[in-house]
Design a protein around this ligand. Structure first.
Ligand code: ATP
Ligand code: MG
Length: 669
């Protein structure tokens, strides 16, 4: 790998704390990978003692692949673990179960399960107030991210609402501990608390970590920073770009970078100033946009690449035409320049924008690649199977018992469940164990007891099967619960049924693939697979997977990636910048998001917006994004796709807009 002088200096600086602060496309990730290789080859650091962390599963995988490629001919077995913060936390938890008082088969709650659980606790008080429920859930996350346990949350709460929230936090945490469960925040909260309070565990981990590297460091929040600090206070390399900090809702802010300088006065700061990715014009426009934000550290970025073609701004009548025009542009460009579809990426602010793009792409036979895993696992036919797996792995978890007991129906009604629950509480045992009780007939009818016993017997067999022949388990569940028949009966029509069956077969293949392991994933146990699927949002289980297709993804997901031709869709006030940020006066974060999107482009960049957009069935007029006016207008070319513009535009008296309008008027004559 070719490296410039500064990159080489960073790599050789292996003793002491080091921060690389540099703009997009300046070779930071290349530095992380090269430094790992250098540490192993030259400094003779053992690969298992290097911890490398990044923020998305996708970048972790990509970095891992590059290392595998590099070391493939090496005689010694070299395995560097590139993790995300969460997967690294999971690793600490798994090897410290004893000290954490956890059993190995703990279950991991995803966000949806967390909400469901909180709902059951708060039902009588919050009634159907979803807003309160969401607030409670994020308050609990907030507390965990500040290392505050329920007791301290109670002590610190002043308002009545916070006191109520703290009480539910206590109840929730008690439930998690009791049923051997963790939520996603626990994956960082628990290891950090452990290392903070347990000196021997801390020492153990410090011995395991000789060198620490973090890519995308700007996304680190305070608790993650504490974890880093406790792991290895001496030798580390953190690389980041404060302009790409886009997770303030998780507590990551550019100003966190300042803590480092205070905690590590000898911190060596390096800056990389050459961009190797984007054309001069794209770089100039991105720099101009981000100059509107306040900066803690000054950076400058130059490129030696060509100046390149103008940035196109496509104006469209509505979101349907926006998608159509993007599709049209891609196809004609593809034909003209003989490119690959995978050279193109369409980025957007929210997942919801992808629907129309997908449908237009399907209609026009344009192959595309979308990371739909989050949605995929949300399909109810998949959720049910996941619940079965979670229950089989942790049968004493009442939560999953209740999720599966009547799906498909086993005629176990509410009153039976109530009786079971009160028996379980009285005897302090799980619902699963309650079903074993020989005295059940005292409280339930013969028929009910029979069907419960049958269910439990089957679960017991499944537990054994999951242990000895995990490859069989999903098919075993599907067959035994007569799943396909049940789905057929509950589907709206044959098309829906076929879709469900297809998804199920994708899921079965995925589980089996992960059980065997492949070039991208190591072999995993069933329990590891379930945590993995719960943890990662971006695993590749695409319904229409077509790696040769156009990439469709959110701006957040695009971080760290690069594509020759990039489209950013929905450049409208309310979308980018997003309503929520406008109302919270957090435009800078939206600008950083736009900067991330623009700097993904190597050769060409196209920005699009629609004059009208339907949202939840309501069509509203939209106004194009303020960010378009912050770009160097001489580097833009505005194209009105249908010569049909929104009168809103007239409201702005910017000279450029007037120029643009004149042009539009001329065109429409
Ligand atoms: P981002 O901020 O978007 O994560 P980055 O700073 O991590 O970007 P990289 O992804 O490491 O940048 O590099 C950007 C591009 O430049 C990649 O295609 C990489 O291969 C290339 N590159 C990095 N360093 C050099 C170099 N010294 N010479 C030539 N190309 C380089
Ligand atoms: Mg990078």
């Amino acid at each position: 790998m070719y490296l410039n002088i500064t990159q080489k200096k960073i790599i050789k600086y292996s003793h002491g704390p080091c921060l690389v602060l540099a703009g997009a496309g300046s070779g930071k990730t290349r530095v992380v990978i090269s430094k790992i290789i250098y540490l192993i080859n030259v400094c003779k650091v053992k690969s298992e003692n290097i911890v490398a962390i990044t923020f998305t599963n996708k970048s972790a995988q990509e970095m891992q692949l590059q290392l595998i490629k590099h070391f493939k001919n090496c005689n010694n077995k070299i395995k560097v673990n590139i993790s995300t913060f969460h997967s690294f936390g999971l690793r600490i938890i798994k090897s410290e179960l004893f000290h954490l008082n956890l059993k190995a088969n703990f279950s991991l709650l995803n966000q949806e399960d967390k909400l469901f659980l909180l709902k059951t606790f708060t039902k009588s008080v919050f009634k159907k107030n979803n807003d309160l429920l969401l607030k409670l859930s994020s308050k609990i996350s907030y507390w965990k991210n500040k290392l505050i346990d329920p007791l301290n949350a109670k002590l610190k709460s002043i308002t009545n609402l916070d006191k109520t929230f703290a009480m539910y936090y206590d109840l929730y945490q008690f439930h998690l501990n009791n049923f051997n469960k963790l939520d996603l925040d626990d994956l960082i909260f628990i290891p950090t608390l452990l290392l903070k309070n347990n000196a021997s565990a801390r020492l153990r981990w410090q011995k395991k970590v000789d060198y620490l590297l973090v890519d995308e460091y700007q996304d680190t929040n305070v608790i993650q920073y504490n974890l880093i600090k406790m792991l290895n206070p001496k030798n580390f390399t953190l690389v980041g770009d404060d302009d790409q900090s886009i997770y303030s809702w998780r507590g990551a802010e550019p100003k966190n970078l300042l803590f480092l300088k205070i905690d590590y006065p000898h911190l060596k700061i390096f800056k990389l100033e050459q961009n190797y990715r984007s054309s001069g014009r794209i770089l100039k426009a991105s720099n101009k946009l981000i100059a509107n934000n306040l900066h803690i550290y000054k950076k400058s970025l130059i490129t030696q690449l060509k100046y390149g073609s103008k940035i196109k701004i496509l104006q469209n009548i509505n979101e349907e035409y926006e998608a159509k025009n993007i599709a049209k542009e891609i196809v004609s460009h593809y034909k003209k320049f003989n490119t690959q579809f995978s050279d193109y990426a369409v980025l957007y602010r929210s997942n919801q924008q992808s629907k129309i793009l997908e449908s237009i792409f399907i209609k026009n036979h344009i192959p595309y690649n979308i990371n739909n895993r989050t949605q995929f696992l949300k399909f109810f036919e998949i959720k049910i199977l996941m619940n079965y797996l979670k229950f089989i792995l942790n049968p004493n978890d009442n939560f999953y018992f209740l999720k599966v007991i009547n799906v498909p129906g086993r005629k176990i009604g509410i009153s039976t469940i109530k009786k079971l629950k009160s028996w379980a509480i009285k005897n302090n045992i799980s619902l699963y164990k309650t079903c074993y009780n020989d005295n059940l007939e005292k409280i339930l009818s013969k028929n009910k007891v029979k069907s419960l016993k049958k269910f439990i017997k089957w679960i017991k067999e499944s537990i054994v099967l999951s242990d000895v022949q995990p490859m069989q388990i999903i098919s075993h569940i599907i067959k035994n619960i007569n799943y396909k028949n049940w789905l057929k009966e509950s589907s709206k029509d044959l098309v829906e049924f076929k879709k469900n069956v297809k998804n199920i077969s994708i899921f079965v293949n995925l589980i089996n693939e992960l059980l065997i392991g492949n070039s991208q994933h190591p072999q995993m146990t069933l329990s590891e697979i379930v945590s993995y699927l719960t943890l990662y949002e971006d695993v590749n289980v695409n319904r229409r997977s077509h790696l040769k297709g156009v990439f469709l993804m959110t701006l957040h997901a695009s971080k760290g990636l690069e594509f020759p031709f990039v489209f950013i869709a929905g450049l409208e006030e309310g979308i980018l910048p997003h309503y929520s940020s406008i109302s919270q006066n957090n435009i800078e974060e939206e600008r950083r998001l736009m900067y991330v999107g623009m700097t993904r482009a190597k050769k060409e960049l196209t920005l699009t917006f629609a004059n009208k957009r339907s949202n939840y069935g309501l069509t509203t007029l939209s106004k194009y994004s303020r960010f378009l006016l912050e770009l160097p207008q001489e580097d833009l070319v505005w194209i009105n796709q249908k010569n049909n513009f929104n009168s809103n535009i007239l409201l702005n008296n910017s000279i450029n807009r007037i120029k643009f309008l004149k042009k539009m008027l001329k065109l429409s004559k």
